[in-house]
Ligand binder design. Structure first.
Ligand SMILES: NC(=O)c1ccc[n+]([C@@H]2O[C@H](COP(=O)([O-])OP(=O)(O)OC[C@H]3O[C@@H](n4cnc5c(N)ncnc54)[C@H](OP(=O)(O)O)[C@@H]3O)[C@@H](O)[C@H]2O)c1
Length: 319
């Protein structure tokens, strides 16, 4: 298979830069409007060559932003190990062209220091992540979730100190409620480590960040917003219109359960399909474009189990 040959990136990967990149809030950072997530399909149990092909395809098409977390796999940590191998074998010459994010906040190792938002956990977790990814620093480090039992200032100061120590260039938060987002914005701004980006689930089936005022707050305060699971894990594509394919995420039954496919949802999906067809789009393109057209959106953070899916999803940028 050709993927064993040394990787030389497509020389035309930045030809469509005007279409592909958007400024992240009011920062100096441009991010691709479609970014690649490593939650599924990059773990130790997934075929490495497929993960490699997807990553190469992404980079060859200007997708410079890869999103990871300490516990992506399975097993935990293995998606970061996959990235580490890819950095060694393919992407080492391109490190400065990549914007790599990781996170800590969910269950990672046993005992009281391997979860949530303490300074102890965040510091140790990022050190582990850097080792697994064979990186000296990440471009972006996130608090993966709000911790109601740790003082907000402890989490935020740990993030500031991580930047000051040169282990991350920028800070993000994911799934924090609005009031905590506001406090984080103030705290980080006062310490000259402004919040770069908020990561939240926003798609046609889940509009919470809009309804809660989070997207609007980010937009008004110069903070970028990246939407995770923009295709609702595949529901907003044609994947489940004719049953549950054996190789699909739903068939794995871990994070996407069969009971999501209610008659009401099926009816909605068929309506979406018709709407998309009228516009000459696939369902996935239609769903991604809807997000990208909302004010304040920097990027949609997609997953893919094949290069074909990624190729199709990239079409949403040219609509
Ligand atoms: N911050 C957080 O708490 C959080 C939570 C979740 C995710 N994330 C981030 O967001 C990223 C994306 O999440 P996600 O994987 O749920 O995103 P998604 O884009 O909503 O779903 C991706 C899945 O949809 C299916 N799919 C994608 N394109 C398709 C197409 N064109 N046609 C048919 N099926 C298609 C594939 O499923 P099959 O496997 O069935 O082919 C693919 O694995 C993650 O990797 C992670 O980086 C963050």
């Amino acid at each position: 298979m050709e993927t064993n040959l040394a990787f030389v990136a497509n020389e035309h990967r930045y030809d469509d830069a005007d279409t592909i990149y958007a400024r992240c809030g009011l920062s100096g950072v441009l991010l691709p409007r479609l970014s690649l997530g490593f939650w599924h399909n990059f773990g130790g149990n997934d075929p490495f060559e497929r993960s490699r092909a997807i990553t190469r395809y992404a980079f060859d098409h200007g997708i410079t932003h890869f999103d990871l977390a300490n516990n992506y796999g399975p097993p935990y940590g293995s998606a970061e190990e996959t990235l580490g191998r890819l950095m060694d074998e393919d992407f080492h010459p391109y490190r400065d062209e990549l914007f790599i994010a990781t996170k800590a906040g969910y269950d990672m190792w046993p005992g009281p220091y391997g979860n949530w938002g303490s300074r102890k956990y965040l510091m140790a977790s990022l050190d582990q992540s850097l080792k697994r990814m064979h990186l000296d620093y990440v471009d972006l480090f996130y608090s993966h979730r709000y911790d109601p039992n740790t003082p907000l200032e402890e989490t935020l100061q740990a993030l500031v100190d991580i930047v000051r120590a040169g282990k991350a260039l920028y800070i993000g938060i994911s799934r924090w409620p609005l009031q905590a987002l506001k406090r984080a914005d103030e705290y980080l701004r006062e310490r000259d480590v402004p919040l770069l980006i908020y990561q939240g689930r926003l798609n046609l089936l889940d509009r919470e960040p809009m309804d809660e005022g989070i997207l609007d707050y980010c937009d008004r305060h110069g903070i970028g917003f990246i939407s995770f699971s923009p295709l609702a894990q595949g529901l907003l594509t044609d994947r489940y219109l004719n049953g549950i394919p054996a190789d699909s995420r739903m068939a794995q039954g871990r994070f996407l359960k069969e009971d999501r496919l209610t008659p009401e949802l099926m009816q909605y999906l068929l309506q979406l399909k018709t709407e998309a067809e009228v516009c000459g789009h696939s369902m996935a393109e239609h769903a991604l474009r809807w997000i990208l057209d909302q004010p304040g959106i920097t990027s949609v953070l997609v997953g893919a189990s094949s290069t074909e899916q990624l190729a199709k999803n990239l079409q949403c940028l040219t609509i």
